[in-house]
Design a protein around this ligand. Structure first.
Ligand SMILES: CC(C)(COP(=O)(O)OP(=O)(O)OC[C@H]1O[C@@H](n2cnc3c(N)ncnc32)[C@H](O)[C@@H]1OP(=O)(O)O)[C@@H](O)C(=O)NCCC(=O)NCCS
Length: 194
C-alpha cells in the first residue's frame, strides 16, 4: 500500500454536525434547500424514494424493494469516506438523497468512488439533484479520492445530463448488460477526475 486512506469518520445519528461536516455544508438555494449528511432517522424518507424507483422504473437495476431494516443498514454502512447525504427543504423534509459507494472491492481501486443521486419525483427539475451531486463532489475531494464514477442506465438521459452538467465525461457504454421489465438496458459510465 502507499499509505493512503481515504475517508474520515462521522456519526450516523445525532443533530450536531461534526467539524468535518461544518466544512462541507453551506450551499443553500433560494427555496431554502440544503444538503447534509444522512442519519438513521432518514431511513423512511430515503426508502420511499428508493423503492419507488425499484418498483416503477428502470433507473435502478434492483428488482426487489428494500425493507426499512435494510435501508437502515445501508445508511449505517454509508459513513466516513463513503457517505450518504440528503437534501432537505426549510421544513426539514427530505427531497432527495445521494451517496458515495465503493467502486470495486479490490484494494487498488480504493481511490475511486461511485456516486448515486435520487430526487423525489415531485421535487425534480429545480436544482435539487445538482445540489446533491455538487455536494458529493466536494465530499469526495475532501476525503482525498482521485476519481468519481457514475454508472447510469443508458435510457436515463436526465441523469446523464446531470452528470455532464457537473463536469463528468463519458467513458463508454456497456450494451444490454441489464434486463428489467422485459427490456435490455445499457449502462453508460461517466467519470470525473477530482
Ligand atoms: C436524475 C435526477 C437525480 C436529477 O435530479 P433533478 O433535481 O431533477 O435535476 P436538477 O433540477 O438538479 O437538474 C440538474 C441538471 O440535470 C439536467 N436535467 C435535469 N432534468 C432534466 C431533464 N428532464 N431533461 C434533461 N436534462 C435534465 C440538466 O442538465 C440540469 O441542469 P440545468 O438545469 O442547469 O440545465 C432525478 O431526475 C432523479 O432522481 N431521477 C430518478 C433517479 C435517477 O435516475 N437517479 C440517477 C441514477 S444514476
Amino acid at each position: 500500500m502507499f499509505g493512503y486512506l481515504p475517508g474520515v469518520g462521522r456519526p450516523t445519528s445525532g443533530s450536531e454536525p461534526s467539524a468535518f461536516e461544518a466544512q462541507i455544508t453551506g450551499a443553500r438555494d433560494d427555496a431554502g434547500t440544503t444538503v447534509r449528511a444522512a442519519t438513521l432517522d432518514d431511513a423512511t424518507a430515503t426508502l420511499e424514494i428508493h423503492n419507488l424507483e425499484v418498483t416503477d422504473s428502470t433507473v435502478l437495476l434492483d428488482l426487489v424493494p428494500r425493507s426499512l431494516a435494510e435501508q437502515r443498514e445501508w445508511l449505517a454502512q454509508h459513513t466516513g469516506g463513503h457517505p450518504a447525504v440528503v437534501a432537505v427543504n426549510d421544513a426539514g423534509e427530505v427531497l432527495g438523497y445521494g451517496s458515495l459507494s465503493t467502486f470495486r472491492s479490490r484494494p487498488a481501486y480504493a481511490t475511486t468512488v461511485e456516486d448515486s443521486v435520487y430526487v423525489r419525483r415531485d421535487a425534480r427539475g429545480r436544482g435539487v439533484g445538482r445540489m446533491i451531486l455538487d455536494d458529493l463532489v466536494v465530499r469526495a475531494t475532501a476525503h482525498g479520492f482521485h476519481s468519481m464514477v457514475a454508472r447510469v442506465v443508458g435510457q436515463n438521459e436526465t441523469s446523464i445530463a446531470l452528470h455532464r452538467a457537473c463536469g463528468f465525461e463519458l467513458v463508454g457504454v456497456e450494451r444490454e448488460v441489464g434486463r428489467k421489465f422485459g427490456r435490455w438496458l445499457d449502462i453508460v459510465e461517466l467519470q470525473l477526475l477530482l
